[in-house]
Design a protein around this ligand. Structure first.
Ligand code: NI
Length: 258
């Protein structure tokens, strides 16, 4: 059975068939899903989904592109609600300099990334980190606050295999999704082949980033076998081994609700 470590089923792209789709997960081998909040509204929707579906767990956090949503009241709300039994992580949090070029806003992203990391530390929860075009700042900030003491995953990993190894040494997991099946994703294929299998998590980031052969369409957890198959081919192992090991990895990281 597959552990889907990063999905956004609160997204409006799922409005037409969310219930039908989520109800079909188990029969298609999807055992457990973490729905990840990105802005305040999606955090609230995430909690609703965890109440509606036994196999859906939640992560609460504000994405770097949505930090306009963050003030002390929101932060307090996160702190209170992250204590709920089905909230298993703080995320997604991090830095995104691809969409944000303004130095002042990037500065605020770093501030709120730090604060949310500290929240995870306080609540003893793992983190789900989003980092895009911000490799150096992410690493130096994480080292500065001793992130090796806070377990977590670098989701949708997009940097070099060498940097992936550095995160692995810090105890972090590497989230790999549909991008690994794209022909031009040479670095990610190298990463998927070279880091320990015990450090890889399967994820979709759905509705985004559908793998081949469904690239460009709306993504869902039902596409995860394509990701597992590609990782297996790159490593010369079976798809079953990838699915089983990544499931064990996720259960080891997300201990709450296990
Ligand atoms: Ni995401």
């Amino acid at each position: 059975m597959i552990f889907e470590s990063h999905a956004h089923y609160d997204d409006k792209q799922f409005d037409p068939d969310r219930e039908e789709l989520l109800s079909s997960m188990e029969e298609h081998g999807i055992e457990r899903i973490i729905n990840v909040g990105s802005d305040f509204a999606s955090c609230k929707r995430t909690l609703e989904l965890t109440e509606q579906y036994a196999f859906v767990y939640g992560a609460l956090g504000i994405h770097p592109s949505d930090i306009a949503d963050l003030k002390e009241e929101t932060y307090e709300w996160l702190r209170e609600n992250a204590r709920l039994p089905k909230v298993v992580a703080i995320g997604e949090i991090g830095l995104d300099y691809y969409w944000e070029k303004d130095a002042e806003v990037q500065n605020r992203q770093r501030y709120w990334f730090c604060r949310q990391m500290e929240l995870a530390r306080e609540l003893s929860l793992p983190v789900i980190i989003h980092s895009r075009d911000a490799a150096e700042d992410t690493m130096s900030l994480m080292k500065g606050i001793h992130s090796e003491q806070i377990p977590g995953v670098i989701h949708c990993f997009s940097y070099s295999p060498e940097l992936a190894q550095e995160y692995v040494k810090m105890g972090y997991y590497i989230g790999i999704g549909g991008v690994v099946t794209f022909k031009n994703s040479k670095k990610l294929k190298e990463t998927a082949a070279s880091i320990p299998l015990e450090r890889i998590l399967l994820e979709t980031d759905c509705p985004y980033l559908a793998p081949e052969p469904n690239r460009g369409k709306r993504n869902s957890s039902l596409n995860l076998p394509y990701v597992a198959k590609e990782i297996a081919a790159l490593r010369g192992i079976t798809e079953e081994e990838v699915i089983e090991t990544t499931r064990e990895n996720a259960l080891r990281l997300f201990t709450k609700g296990r």
